[in-house]
Design a protein around this ligand. Structure first.
Ligand SMILES: Nc1ncnc2c1ncn2[C@@H]1O[C@H](COP(=O)(O)OP(=O)(O)O)[C@@H](O)[C@H]1O
Ligand SMILES: [Mg+2]
Length: 544
């Protein structure tokens, strides 16, 4: 069994043990039923009718207990499964929350969504559900073997030899099933990616009069995934067929042996019923166990995939304190991929507290990259970046990010109240919120809303203008005491008046240190800047 499945089963051992106890009682009832059945037949053949009736009564009672157990089993299984699902999702989320910014962005959110939904479902169906089946079968099979031993030792010997055969055969299929299961999970990720891509593009398709692409692309994506699921089930099907075939042959061999024993008067006639029943149980059980173990192979590559999300070595442990003097980049060089070449080469920059900087230059020249280096999102650079003299390599990334408000063109709004979008649910004193609203020019907006701060912000902030959203994000940062503002072309999509108003508000706030990336530097704003940095200075070669 997969090490990871065991890990999660063990994590909730109390609940899982309770489930195992229920399964044990179930198996006991099934076995008892088989024995009672054989005894009833023997009693009937011997014309002892009262005994016969007694056994039938016992069968009825044991079956009643079995039915009660079915209810308990279903409910308890669900409880265990949901506990383990949540634990898996939490662990994956934990990894994603700790991995580097760059690694996180190497895959789309749709892929992660597929991990947390499709893959968890696969783990349930192929993993936990099969573990429960195996446990049930192990109980039933062991009890059936013990019962067979009660009739004649030779029955057990033959059964054990055949069981070994049954164990070995399906191992032939493990490797190809694992490989195909992995291909299937990747196909599921692609499906999620493509579906979310096409569904997000609805507005564009609408304007292009290409809504039909929604259908054709969904179908094509579905067909691609179907292919890989079918390939996997194809191999599963072969494996199941072979296992069942071997099982039936084994059962019949035991039946032959029983017939022989009855014929030689070594066992009573009821043994035929017991043998058919218990040999059936043993081999059907073994078949079930083998099929379950084969199915379980599918979860191994999924856990391996989850664990491939690298956890970066703990970088700095020092937390930065309130910004005092300056952030500096000294001889910093950086590239995303070797093939792409250097974006920054020996680049040096000093940002002093309270000053305003503009970063201008053509698209693709590395302006956003500079901002991402300064907030600590990108770490694979050479040279030194410092915060009040502290080397970034000694600083915890979280403490750094906590000092900066990063405004871009698509400010993210939560589908929550306006107040919670600003406070993020933290309890701030009312006058602190009022002051921040004033400072970010949101007071009039709030006053004009019938529900004021408790107005719900719609999904993606549809009921706010672009400028209002920028102000909300700024207010959020100011309330958290963030005195550095990075504007990454944040006003580019706004109308001139709103853009101007927001830029003016930010660059005239003496408490803020501002870096404004823009390709449209208005004269009034330029006049307020302490320094204008052109992106052509990023690389030495470009400088020459
Ligand atoms: N995550 C990334 N992976 C690889 N290349 C990237 C990544 N982000 C940006 N780039 C590349 O780095 C260069 C600089 O990008 P960027 O800093 O976004 O430029 P700007 O903000 O000036 O438009 C571009 O050539 C861009 O394609
Ligand atoms: Mg950019």
């Amino acid at each position: 069994m997969s090490k990871d499945l065991r890990h999660y089963l063990w994590q909730f051992k109390g609940q899982n043990l309770l489930l195992a106890v229920i399964l044990f009682v179930q198996a006991l009832m099934v076995t008892f039923n088989g024995i009672a059945n054989a005894n009833a037949l023997t009693a009937l053949v011997a014309a002892r009718f009262t005994t016969f009736g007694g056994w039938v009564g016992a069968m009825t009672v044991s079956f009643g207990i079995f039915c009660l157990g079915m209810y308990l089993q279903t409910y308890q299984y669900s409880r265990c499964q949901q506990l383990m699902d949540t634990a898996i999702r939490r662990d994956v989320a934990q990894r994603l929350s700790q991995t580097s910014y760059q690694t996180y962005h190497s895959q789309s959110p749709a892929v992660y969504a597929s991990w947390l939904t499709n893959d968890v479902t696969t783990i349930n169906q192929m993993g936990f559900s099969n573990v429960m089946d195996v446990v049930t079968q192990v109980f039933t099979v062991s009890m059936a073997v013990i019962a067979l031993a009660g009739y004649h030792y030779s029955l057990v010997l033959v059964t054990i030899v055949l069981a070994v055969v049954m164990y070995l055969v399906p191992r032939l299929f493990n490797k190809p099933i694992q490989t195909r299961a992995l291909a299937m999970t990747h196909a599921n990720e692609r499906l999620m990616n493509r579906l979310s891509d096409i569904l997000s593009g609805f507005d564009v398709l609408n304007l292009l009069n290409l809504r039909r692409l929604l259908v054709t692309r969904t179908t094509a994506a579905s067909q691609d995934t179907a292919h890989y699921i079918n390939r996997w089930q194809h191999m599963n099907g072969i494996s199941n067929g072979v296992i069942n075939g071997v099982s039936v042959v084994c059962q019949n061999l035991v039946l032959l042996l029983t017939g022989f024993l009855v014929w030689r008067h070594l066992v009573p006639i009821g043994t035929v019923s017991a043998s058919i029943n218990f040999a059936g149980t043993v081999f059907a059980g073994l078949t079930g166990i083998m099929m379950s173990l084969t199915d379980m192979q599918a979860v191994i590559p999924i856990f391996t995939k989850f664990k491939a999300v690298p956890l970066p070595p703990l970088t700095g442990r020092q937390a930065v304190t309130q910004f005092q003097r300056a952030m500096q980049m000294q001889s910093v060089s950086f590239s995303y991929t070797p093939a792409e070449g250097l974006i920054l080469q020996d680049f040096t920059l000093t940002l002093e507290k309270g000053k305003k900087y503009a970063l201008i230059g053509p698209s693709g020249s590395g302006k956003s990259t500079v901002l991402n280096l300064l907030v600590g999102n990108l770490t694979d650079y050479t040279g030194t970046i410092t915060w009040d003299g502290m080397d970034y390599r000694h600083i915890t990334p979280a403490s750094l990010v906590g000092q900066v408000t990063y405004l871009d063109q698509t400010p993210f709004m939560f589908n929550d109240t306006l107040e919670n979008n600003i406070t993020m649910g933290e309890p701030y004193p009312a006058d602190a919120v009022t002051a921040v609203l004033q400072r970010t020019g949101l007071t009039d907006l709030v006053a004009s809303l019938p529900a004021g701060l408790t107005t719900m912000v719609e999904k993606d902030g549809h009921n706010l203008s672009g400028g209002q959203k920028q102000r909300v994000v700024l207010a959020r940062g100011l309330l958290q005491g963030r005195a550095i503002v990075f504007m990454d072309e944040s006003t580019a999509a706004l109308d001139a008046a709103s853009a101007q108003a927001i830029e003016q508000m930010i660059v005239t706030d003496p408490a803020l240190t501002v870096v404004m990336v823009t390709h449209h530097l208005r004269a009034e704003i330029a006049a307020r800047m302490d320094q204008i940095i052109e992106s052509k200075t990023f690389r030495k070669a470009a400088n020459k």
